[in-house]
Write a protein that binds this ligand. Structure first.
Ligand code: SF4
Length: 325
């Protein structure tokens, strides 16, 4: 059985949030204070998460990306990673992390062959990092980054570009790929900052490319059809760069994503509203087939794109920490 929506898109990629907590306070993700976090019993346990991954595996999910909040904030994450790795139907297990807590786990990750790590990094200096994350963790992050490059992790650095805030970080991050075999991706800012409203002005992916064009010539790279990133190569650079039109939403035609929040909400589109709460269904002990039927139906009704989903969404935009990114 393979999950598909009414537009014929194959849904095989699960973005799984394991926690709504984070040790950073990024300005584009949440307010400095006032966020409430799920209590332990409101979170899906590791056993429940594994049960749901198995069920979704029966429905054709073959790729899982662990997100949060910050996944390594959740206790015993390595135990969960080991159990996930036993799921042979999973062709790919990857993680999105801010690298503040990952260093003690690097060898475990390599042993589990979990090498694909997306790094949330919006500045390449201590002051710039502090201004965005409101935490003084840059030293630890850059130590982990360099060690992970040395150890051969497959790293993608995701930088959310905020107009008039960290545009000055585009070139330093780009230049980082001159000597380092990593991919830096510049994301448009999205309206998931916990205020319910988006930022007044978004620097578009076209504006980011024009800015880069004034400094470098670059050539386009072929990318996976379901990839959200448009990737490019600058001659003689060891790494590559990309832009992700996360607000312009130009990539929805090949969307293969399904999201599950750490508190059980299943979402077929980041900009949409929750379709089902798999935690409640699971804890209400409804038959497995019934649950699968509800998931299949929800996916079949996935919105055509992020704009349609946004129009159908009666809720205020939540903080990215609640959506799992
Ligand atoms: S905006 Fe929605 S439909 Fe578009 S790629 Fe993202 S999740 Fe998929």
């Amino acid at each position: 059985m393979q999950l598909k929506d009414k537009f014929g898109r194959t849904i095989n990629y699960l973005r799984l949030s394991v926690t709504d907590r984070c040790n950073l306070r990024c300005t584009y993700c949440m307010p400095e204070r006032g966020m409430t976090f799920a209590q332990r019993d409101q979170l899906l346990s590791y056993e429940e998460l594994l049960h749901l991954v198995d069920m979704l595996g029966d429905l054709g999910i073959s790729k899982v990306r662990l997100t949060g909040g910050e996944p390594f904030v959740r206790t015993d994450l390595p135990y969960f990673l080991k159990e996930l790795r036993k799921r042979t139907f999973l062709e790919q297990i990857s993680i999105t992390s801010n690298l503040t807590l990952i260093r003690p786990h690097l060898d475990e990750l390599l042993d589990l062959n979990i090498r694909d790590i997306n790094v949330s990094l919006d500045a390449l200096d201590r002051q710039g990092f502090f201004e965005i994350t409101r935490k003084d963790e840059f030293e630890e992050v850059s130590k982990s980054l360099r060690l992970m490059i040395e150890k051969g992790f497959n790293l993608k650095l995701n930088c959310v570009v905020m107009k008039c805030k960290n545009e000055d970080q585009i070139l330093p991050l780009l230049n980082f790929t001159k000597e380092h075999p990593v991919s830096v991706r510049f994301l448009e800012e999205m309206p998931f900052n916990g205020s319910g409203n988006g930022s007044s002005e978004v620097l578009s992916y076209k504006q980011i490319l024009s800015l880069i064009e004034t400094h470098y010539n670059y050539s386009p790279l072929v990318h996976e059809s379901s990839s959200t990133s448009q990737n490019y190569q600058i001659d003689d650079f060891k790494g590559t760069f990309g832009v992700i039109p996360s607000f312009s939403r130009t990539f929805c035609g090949n969307c293969n994503r399904l999201r599950l929040a750490a508190t059980g909400e299943m979402r077929t589109c980041l900009y949409g509203q929750d379709q089902l709460n798999l935690k409640e269904l699971l804890r209400s002990v409804i038959p497995k087939d019934q649950m699968k039927k509800e998931i299949i139906e929800a996916v079949m009704n996935k919105s055509e794109n992020g704009f349609a989903a946004s129009n159908e969404n009666e809720e205020k935009y939540l903080s990215m920490i609640k959506l799992g990114g």
